[in-house]
Design a protein around this ligand. Structure first.
Ligand code: COD
Length: 160
């Protein structure tokens, strides 16, 4: 069985993440979307909120599971019997960070392969950071987050 982990902060999930999830789900038998639980950070959305949104979004994809992880990604991937880590590259600016992370993860676990996917061009400028900023100022999120989650994300960001 081909299994992959798509790890991230997903704070909150965007149309860019969703594009990647759908692409990755076509490549493997099992895709685990894994939300980092990092108590040292103060995310805009709690881990439970992020997991709930991802579960709702991926409900129509039976090969997708949503869960949380803490600690090293490679340890989690091994515990899940995954062979692949999915990461996204939007633009050249992502490349250095993603490249370093992939090489470091390879040092830690050579048997795990990082697979990079590109989103549709129209999502290449979409990021959770912009969603948080625009949403907290009441801006339109229709081009940035999945429609089924839009109201929830907008209302939550406006409330702060
Ligand atoms: N189009 C395409 N890809 C996108 C888009 C978009 N519009 N938006 C985001 N992505 C990609 C990102 O490039 C990334 O690859 C992925 O989606 C997730 O993005 P984020 O921003 O939600 O998540 P990150 O990048 O903050 O996640 C970082 C991790 C949690 C994966 C990382 O910190 C980690 O693995 N932590 C665990 C500790 C560990 O193992 N550390 C050692 C690492 S070497």
């Amino acid at each position: 069985m081909r299994s992959a982990i798509y790890p991230g902060s997903f704070d909150p999930v965007t149309l860019g993440h969703w594009d990647l999830i759908q692409r990755a789900a076509k490549l493997v038998d099992r895709l685990v979307v894994a939300v980092l639980h990092n108590p040292a950070k103060s995310p805009a959305f709690s881990v439970d909120e992020r997991v709930a949104m991802l579960k709702e979004l991926t409900a129509t994809l039976p090969q997708v599971e949503v869960t949380t992880f803490h600690g090293l990604l490679v340890d989690f991937a091994k515990a899940q019997n995954a062979q692949f880590i999915i990461r996204g590259v939007r633009a050249f600016s992502d490349f250095e960070y993603e490249f370093q992370m992939a090489l470091m993860n390879r040092k830690l676990a050579p048997e795990l392969e990082t697979v990079f996917l590109m989103p549709k061009e129209k999502y290449s400028a979409v990021s959770s950071r912009f969603v948080r900023e625009i949403g907290s100022m009441g801006g339109n999120l229709s081009e940035l987050v999945p429609e089924i989650l839009r109201t929830r994300i907008s209302e939550r960001l406006l409330k702060g």
